[in-house]
Design a protein around this ligand. Structure first.
Ligand code: SF4
Ligand SMILES: [Zn+2]
Length: 274
């Protein structure tokens, strides 16, 4: 099945979005989110885009340029969130300050960056009246996360995996959708190249999660069919995981964003570096 059919099937099967609502695509500058935007636009969805400029030196400059070109070509309105202007520092500075605190030095770069980016996306999507946030997560990303959680002995953490966030329902929480959930990375790369999408192929210089890299290398040798089978297992056990994980949403006492605890993950991280 070709990539376009796979995405249409995923949208239909999981009721990811409809053409009346506003979808905010989170563009990183890479191929996955670019293909997500390209195809949602092609299918006629109502799209705007957001790019979080993390200020990671030349890498971020190149990503911003690529995102601007893509949005110009596709005629998508782009919102740029400048982390230095909005939060006072670059992602590298925020991250290393957090990691320099006792007990936090083992936190992975991507874990910190991921929490902060999710917080920004939810807040900005709400401000822009979007009802969904679309990201470029693909089959390889999701299979890696699922396997990592199993190998760590924490399969319940996988309740956040899925083509749409299924276990959080709150008026302040904007659902995240992943139209590429069942599409292998190599197919996305080929598609981006065939359509000459302006994207950055180099990896983020801060992506140093050695455990994920190990799992990625392990999965790279597997055929795409095996990755699909891994996610079929995920679908089969999801209901059991959901029963355990589906807890009530509160609002963070510091920032007011939806959170499972009294203080959200982002504020928990940020407050320790003050
Ligand atoms: S690779 Fe990691 S550090 Fe780099 S932008 Fe992505 S989440 Fe952030
Ligand atoms: Zn908070």
């Amino acid at each position: 099945m070709n990539i376009e059919k796979k995405i249409l099937q995923t949208i239909k099967k999981y009721k990811l979005c409809n053409k009346k609502e506003k979808i905010l695509v989170a563009l990183s500058g890479g191929k996955d989110s670019a293909v997500t935007a390209y195809l949602l636009k092609k299918f006629g969805y109502n799209l705007e885009a957001i790019h979080i400029d993390l200020k990671i030196g030349k890498y971020s400059n190149d990503c911003l340029k690529a995102v601007k070109k893509l949005c110009k070509d596709l005629k998508i309105k782009l919102h740029v969130y400048d982390i230095k202007k909005e939060m006072g520092s670059s992602m590298c500075y925020l991250r290393s300050t957090i990691q320099s605190k006792p007990g936090r030095n083992k936190l992975k770069n991507c874990a910190i960056c991921g929490v902060i980016k999710k917080w920004i996306l939810n807040r900005e999507a709400r401000k822009l009246n979007a009802s969904k946030i679309a990201t470029g997560h693909n089959l390889d990303d999701e299979a890696q996360t699922f396997l990592m959680n199993i190998f760590k002995g924490s399969p319940k953490l996988s309740s956040n995996i899925g083509a749409i966030t299924r276990n959080i329902s709150d008026k302040k929480f904007i659902s995240r959708i992943k139209p590429l959930f069942y599409v292998p990375e190599n197919e996305i790369r080929d598609y981006a190249k065939i359509h000459k999408l302006p994207v950055i192929y180099e990896k983020c210089p801060c992506a140093l999660d050695s455990y994920r890299i190990q799992i990625r290398k392990f999965l790279e040798k597997m055929p795409n069919k095996t990755k699909q089978n891994i996610m079929k297992n995920f679908d089969a056990i999801y209901k059991k995981i959901k029963k355990v994980k589906n807890s009530k949403i509160k609002y963070c006492e510091i920032c007011g964003e939806p959170s499972r605890k009294q203080i959200c993950k982002k504020c928990e991280l940020m407050k320790i570096h003050k």
